[in-house]
Each structure stands twice: as structure tokens, then as C-alpha cells.
Design a protein around this ligand. Sequence first.
Ligand code: SF4
Ligand code: SF3
Length: 537
Amino acid sequence: MFCFQCQEAAGGKGCTVKGVCGKEDHTSSLMDSLMHIVGGIAIANRELRKKEIANKEASRFILDALFCTITNANFDDSAIEARIKKGVEIRNLLIGEAKKREIILPQIDMKDGHENREVGVLAEKNEDLRSLKQLAVYGVKGAAAYTDHALNLGFEDESLYERIEHTLAEVTRHDIEAAELVNLVLGVGELGVKAMALLDKANTTAYGNPEITKVNIGVRNNPAILISGHDLRDIQDLLEQTEGTGVDVYTHSEMLPAHYYPAFKKYSHFVGNYGGSWWRQREEFESFNGPILFTTNCIVPPLSKATYTDRVYTTGSSGYPGFPHIAGRAEGKAKDFSVIIEHAKRCAPPVEIEHGEIVGGFAHAQVVALADKVVSAVKSGAIRKFVVMGGCDGRMKSREYYTEFAKALPHDTVILTAGCAKYRYNKLPLGDIEGIPRVLDAGQCNDSYSLAMIALKLKEVFQLEDINDLPIVYNIAWYEQKAVIVLLALLSLGVKKIHLGPTLPAFLSPNVVNVLVEKFGIAGIATVDEDLAKLMS
Ligand code: SF4
Ligand code: SF3
């Protein structure tokens, strides 16, 4: 195997024996095969699209196929194999369709499966081309995840499919040059903005605009289900089906922002958020006592001594061998979570691990509603700077940096956050500035879109030419590929001088890093003191 798509890539280079995330060598090979087949589907559908006969099932398949290869989303070989089989069928269908209409397709490499050693990241021998190709692919994976969530709420945009397929088709080219790939990567950033905008529209249309919300982090004395991941349609189905059953629902990790949506506030059994970010799950799932539902990444393989493994379920693009998988919804129907609900009834209530409240819900509509207050605090000097600290959390010790950084920030600064990175500082007593909390959580990683909208709004209010003239600095944490699309989206909006940590991606070659430094002023992180000095100057 060879995989270097996430921040935990072994030795800062790549996982070659087994993923640090727990991905096995055979699973990684299957994912390489799936990605290869997806490339072929993208080539064929791109050509059909030129004749306005693109296959929508193929586009939707690509979303799910990409999503299941995201770090920590799916560890189940049989689930990947099923997608490979379906992918081959779809590819053949598209090729047949092209033949029938006498559309000439570019060469598609039809070799599939393990026998083909030329699939996978290392098939591209040139380090810089490989780096740019994978930067584009990982960005597309993140965008596909967001597009998939929007699709689950009935929102689709053909132009997103077009861009996803174009990117995937282009990276299969052996004759593509670095300059073309740089443009392709920039295009992926634009795709990211559009995908996040679509998901924002889907979420807010379905569930209302997030509002300032206090979320309980303690527990009640009822059996309960813990729901993790990012998919809001899943939590809607679960809340509807648990209502009146005596089973409570708690969010975990990236599902926390579900509490901010008006539509979910009406459920009295929607109790609160349990625990911290994804990597603490081995302890937290033990003490939760009830069933856990993964709707997306991030799954941590349980230890052999774990006692919660018979209580974990997956759905959507997520999967893990031995964890029952809840099937997708039929057109116009809800998913059926009755097995999990019945399971919960047999379980003890969760053990309280902390108590109190956290505050969030500062997505764009809410912040814009507070704009006068925010603007006057900036004008009076009460707020000197906003520090965007969104992105991912992770288990490595080096991430303590983000807690220390948040603590060390001067009292006249406000943290803007989104994604699970917030768990590094959202329970710290950082106080407020004239009633504005010093940590403003917009929501999930995709709600980084909100942070960008807030920045654009402030740019307008302060009548600035350049988004970089705002008193906003960026110190972003990344782990998996959704953070890659967030980063590319910010770059495409013209944001410069982003600090990215805790380490720069292993998939960026030194030359590609140089391009990012020169073009966008991207930098890594150093010590808290050094970075504070730099960012506050
Ligand atoms: Fe390694 Fe990350 Fe790939 Fe897992 S996803 S195999 S940890 S690089
Ligand atoms: Fe977190 Fe996995 Fe990335 Fe959605 S849940 S931000 S790491």
C-alpha cells in the first residue's frame, strides 16, 4: 500500500505497511482500484456531458465512491468491493452508451483490481505532478463529501458534477503538465466554495439558519443513541424515529452543530453533546453505554479489549467490518433506524463525563444579524483581531499547540471556528468581548463557508478592496481531505497567509510547497509564541 492523504501519514511521508488510521494494506489497495475505476467513469461521463447526455447515476456514484475513501470513513473491504463491482458496471454502461452514439472516448485503462500495479498514488512517477494531482484529488474528495450531504437533502448542481468529473478525468492524463495542474487545483478551490454553498443552502433550507445555542454536555437518565459524523438528514430521520420511544439522542464530534438548527430544537429528547472530538471515541463509547451511529468519518478502529463494538452502527459512506450497516433510503423515504432504537432500549443510560454547556451557532446569518455589534467592537478597538482556527482535530500530541495558542491569544481577539478543531479550545473559559463570545463556532467543517461569508460581509461593511486587509488571520488545523477542500476554497476566495498545521501535508512536494508559499503566502506553524508574534503584528 501507499497512502499519504492525511496529516497522520507515517513518518510525514506516507503509510506503506498499515495506515496510522488503521486502514489495512488490502483495504488501501481496494480503494486504489476504486479510485482508478472512478477515473474511468469520470472520463466517460465527461464526454457524454459534452453531448448533454451525462449519466446522473454515475455522477452520484462518484460522490459516494470518493467519500468512502476519505480518511477514517470506511474500513470494510466488502463495502469497497461492492462499490468496485458497481463502478465497473457503470463504467461499462457509459462506454456502451458512448459507442451507441458514436462518441469517441479517450483511452480508458480497463485493468482493475489488485493485478494492476499501476493504480494508486505512486503510478505517477514525477513527484511534483503526483503532488499536484493528489492535491486536486483530495480536494475533490472533500467537495464530494459535501455535495453528497446536499444530495441527501435533495439539492444537486450539475456544474459541481461537471467540475468533479473534469478534475478526476484530467488527473488520469499522462501528458498533463504542471502548469495545467496548478490551474486544475485552483479550479478545485472554486468547486469547494460552490459545494459548501450548496450544502449551506440545503441545510438552512431544510432546517433553518443556525442560531446562538447553548448545548448541554451533561447527560440524563434515559437510554440513548449517540450520533456521529456530518449528515444532517440522518439525524433528522433518527430524531423523528426516536421521538416518544423513551430513547434520548446525543451528538458526538462533528454532529454537535445539529443543535444549532431551529428545526431540531423542538425535540425534547435531543439532549446534548457527549464527549470531545473523534479521536477520543475509544473511551467515550465505553462510557456512553448505548448504541453509536456513524454517518460519516471519523471512525477509530476499536481495540481488541473494547466492550462497545457490538453497539456501533454505520450508514451512508461509512463502514467498518463487523459493524452493522444501515441501508440507504429509498426515494422519498426515511432510513430505518429501528434496529438501533430497539438496541438502545436494552442499554443503560450514558455515564456523565462532564457537565455544563458550550455555546455555538455563529453561522453567517447569525453573525450578520450581530454585524452592528461586531463592527462597533472592531471600530472601538475592543476587538483587535479575529483568528480563524477552524479545521480538524487529531490525536497527535502536537495538537496541544492549538489549546495553548487559544489560551495565549490576547483578550481582545476572537476565535472564529468550524469543524472538529474547536474541541481543542471550546470548553476553555475564554470569556467574551462586550457580550460577543471569544470563540464563535459556525458549525461543521463545511461551515467554514460561513466564516468566508462573514469575512466577505466585513469586507463590504468596512469598504475594503482586499479580503486580506481585514483584521482576520488564519491558523488552521487539518487532518483529512475535507480540510483540503476548505483550504483550497479559502485560497480561491483570495485569502492569503494561511498558517496550516500541525504539519504540512506529506503529499505536497517541496516544489509545490514553494508555489503555495509564493502564490498564497502559506506557512506552517512554529511555537505558540513565535506564531502569536507573527499573527498579531
Ligand atoms: Fe495513512 Fe492517513 Fe492514508 Fe490512513 S488515511 S493510510 S493514516 S495517510
Ligand atoms: Fe473532523 Fe474527522 Fe476533519 Fe469535519 S470529523 S473536521 S477530522
